[in-house]
Design a protein around this ligand. Structure first.
Ligand code: ADP
Ligand code: MG
Length: 689
């Protein structure tokens, strides 16, 4: 249970003064729906309001704080004209200007004849001085409160700086001092303030200690991240494992049926997996390998060991298409070895589903391949011993645990095609054991990548037409339009029409709005060679395997992140024919986008692309996005604070070695830290969590 002390921070933003149901969604959009989210919403700069001139001295364009007497109200004569209030001091007068000003409110704020402190940007306009929508209007006795250096917050439409500033101030005011969770010696060495003081300093960017404060908050977040991962890891390790070894009978049969031999990297990774499975511990291993590096075969061979040992294995994919594809790839090999294979996805219903479930619990199925449907409560194995999770980043840690709970001492193999630089691997997986497939299967030819302006679209389309005429199969990926699935679709449909007019009807279209079976049908027709060109939105991004496809066209490539571009390009160059990738960019092309496309042109090595991207913009493109599945940090900026990551990992290890249940005074404080950063699930792994 979250400590009561933190409750005010986890209350909805509407618990703060001035935030009603109307503003709630705006704050939700800006920072998040809870008070604590506002604490993490740090200012991007400051406004200095300490300049307090007289009216005569007030220069144009400067922020100033003036003490003025209210002389007269001039309500607007028409909706288009502003409401004006004339204010003066001994040296002259100016007007406060309000568009859509409400008279009753303004008269209450600015009673004629009284003095007020007013702060805002002074404008000289048609020989008059004015302040449009002053940021502050206050009674004179509150002058000192107004004349400060004020933080400037990133905003969203509908919220003003003043509103956000006030709300965050209120959030800070109800933030308690918390018992220190950092190691005292480390804190002293860094010269960092307490958490509470750090928060204040971070919200006052003029403060000398601001950058130190931000580092401290970043480290807090990284520590919470590493500690949470370490706790889950510890719990997995503590669960008894079971030694799984096979007699190699099935493996031999499958290897004989494979039309190729394993690469060195595949053999090495498999040996690492075998060793884990044979040990009486639980395996939790990450198999990292670029698109096309051959993860599926490694996974299959690992699953065979579980089956040889008399148990069952499961393989879970993030999408229906992928699950079906794995099934299609594995089925002939399974046949060759006399394995009993089944598929279970969300689409299976009624009798067919019941039949699979019955066979599964009776032990008449050796390997089950599927989607999220494998999590469903009534899915019961006779004896699940190995779970393979493909494209893991789409699943959460708790889902991993849920699947593990479907068997006794289940070993886990997690596969990802997102190349993650070593340092960042930590943020997503902690110190999970990792195997890398850093070698492509032999015979792969490099993909000839060209970066071309969209101005030459017609020329490119004609070239694609010639390629098709000589037997090529083409992916044509359509522009990603920000925040609008509908316009993605419109663009893809438009391109489909256009290409169909040029080349006839052997052109298919797939997009995210299509129903599963319809989507599969188009993909199958493309794979079978009934379609020459497949126009697609990014639904083809992950894992789809059509070795005969040799041309990848990406429209508006500058709008895609590096990870996506890399994944998309990985769709071609899978067979023995020469492949091409055309990256069509629109203008204007920014510096970063240009550098990104240049990296794509220069290399196909996913790990290198990931490192370059990290260097280019702190991993924001490739790894900070939701799609990458890596955690998004609120306080930590990995480009700036990456050095703290390893410290946080070492610190969490040390803490858990000494105090695995977090019961010491520091351990208790660390629990609060975990709750503060919403790692509640990790605390629940503790006996008294
Ligand atoms: P990944 O899942 O890592 O993207 P896949 O497992 O789908 O890659 O493999 C891509 C393609 O390479 C498949 O067609 C597979 O049959 C083939 N392949 C895998 N391993 C080898 C190998 N050692 N030699 C040749 N081809 C291989
Ligand atoms: Mg794959």
């Amino acid at each position: 249970m979250r400590p009561d002390l933190l409750n005010p921070l986890f209350a909805p933003v509407t618990s703060l003064p001035g935030v009603g149901p109307r503003l709630q969604p705006l704050y939700g959009k800006l920072a998040g729906g809870k008070v604590v989210d506002l604490l993490w919403h740090l200012p991007s700069g400051v406004i200095d309001r300490r300049f307090a001139p007289t009216v005569a001295e007030a220069p144009d364009g400067k922020v100033a704080t003036l003490v003025l007497r209210v002389e007269a109200h001039f309500p607007s004569s028409s909706p288009k004209r502003p409401y004006r209030v004339r204010m003066a001091d001994d040296t002259g007068f100016l007007h406060l200007v309000f568009f859509h000003g409400r008279e009753d409110w303004l008269r209450q704020q600015l009673p004629e004849g009284e003095w007020r402190v007013v702060s805002g940007t002074v404008e000289h306009f048609n020989n008059e001085i004015q302040i449009t929508h002053p940021d502050h209007i206050a009674p004179v006795e509150r002058k000192a409160e107004v004349m400060v250096v004020e933080p400037v917050y990133p905003l969203t439409a509908g919220l003003t700086g003043r509103m956000v500033g006030k709300t965050i101030k209120a959030a800070l005011a109800r933030t308690p001092e918390l018992v220190e969770w950092q190691d005292a010696a480390w804190l002293a060495r860094q010269g960092w303030p307490s958490w509470r003081r750090a928060l204040d300093a971070a919200h006052h960017p003029d403060d000398d200690g601001e950058s130190q404060a931000r580092r401290r908050l970043a480290f807090d977040e990284l520590l919470a991240n590493q500690l949470a991962l370490a706790l889950v890891r510890m719990r997995m390790r503590a669960l008894k494992g079971r030694p799984l070894t096979g007699d190699g009978r099935l493996r031999l049969a499958v290897m004989a049926a494979l039309p190729f031999s394993l690469t060195g990297a595949q053999t090495r990774s498999l040996a690492e997996i075998d060793a884990d499975m044979a040990a009486p511990l639980r395996m939790l291993r990450l198999l990292q390998g670029d698109v096309g590096s051959g993860k599926t075969v490694v996974a299959l061979l690992a699953m065979l060991t579980a089956v040889e040992a008399g148990a069952q294995a499961a393989m879970m994919a993030p999408t229906e298409i992928l699950a079906r594809q794995h099934f299609a790839t594995i089925a002939p090999l399974a046949d060759a070895a006399g394995l009993r294979l089944a598929l279970l996805t969300g689409r299976d219903k009624g009798k067919a589903r019941d039949k699979v479930l019955a066979a599964l619990s009776a032990g008449d199925i050796d390997i089950l391949i599927g989607t999220h449907a494998l999590f469903q409560e009534d899915v019961a194995f006779r004896d699940l011993a190995l779970a393979v999770i493909d494209e893991q980043h789409r699943f959460g840690v708790h889902q991993r645990l849920e699947l593990a709970a479907k068997g006794v001492a289940v070993d886990m193999l997690v596969m990802t095609a997102t190349p993650i630089p070593r340092t960042l691997l930590l943020t997503a997986y902690g110190d999970m054991d990792a195997s890398r497939l850093d070698e492509k299967p032999p015979g792969r030819k490099p993909v000839d990548t060209r970066v071309i302006s969209l101005d030459r679209l017609d020329e490119m389309a004609a070239a694609v037409g010639r390629a098709v005429a000589s037997g090529a199969r083409v992916y044509w990926v359509c522009p990603l339009v920000e925040e609008s699935e509908t316009s993605d679709l419109a663009a893809a449909e438009e391109r489909h029409r256009h290409l169909s007019q040029m080349f006839g009807d052997r052109i298919g279209l797939v997009h995210g709005r299509m129903k599963g079976p319809a989507k599969d049908k188009v993909m199958e027709r493309f794979a079978a060679g009934e379609l020459d060109i497949l126009v697609a939105t990014t639904v083809i991004e992950v894992g789809v395997d059509v070795p005969a496809a040799t041309v990848m066209v990406i429209e508006h490539a500058e709008r895609f992140g590096l990870a996506q571009l890399h994944q998309l390009r990985g769709r071609v160059g899978r067979g023995d024919k020469d492949s091409r990738c055309l990256l069509l960019y629109g203008q204007p092309l920014g510096e970063v986008a240009k550098a990104r496309l240049e990296i794509m042109r220069a290399t196909e090595d996913g790990f290198r692309i990931a490192e370059e991207d990290l260097r280019l913009r702190g991993g924001g493109e490739m790894l900070g996005t939701r799609q990458s599945g890596l955690p998004e940090f609120r306080m930590a900026d990995l480009a700036r604070d990456g050095d703290l990551l390893a410290v946080a990992r070492d610190d969490s290890r040390l803490v858990l070695d000494r105090d695995p249940e977090l019961n010491s005074p520091r351990g208790k404080a660390l629990r609060v830290l975990l709750y503060l950063f919403e790692r509640d699930a990790a605390v629940r792994t503790l006996r008294s969590g």
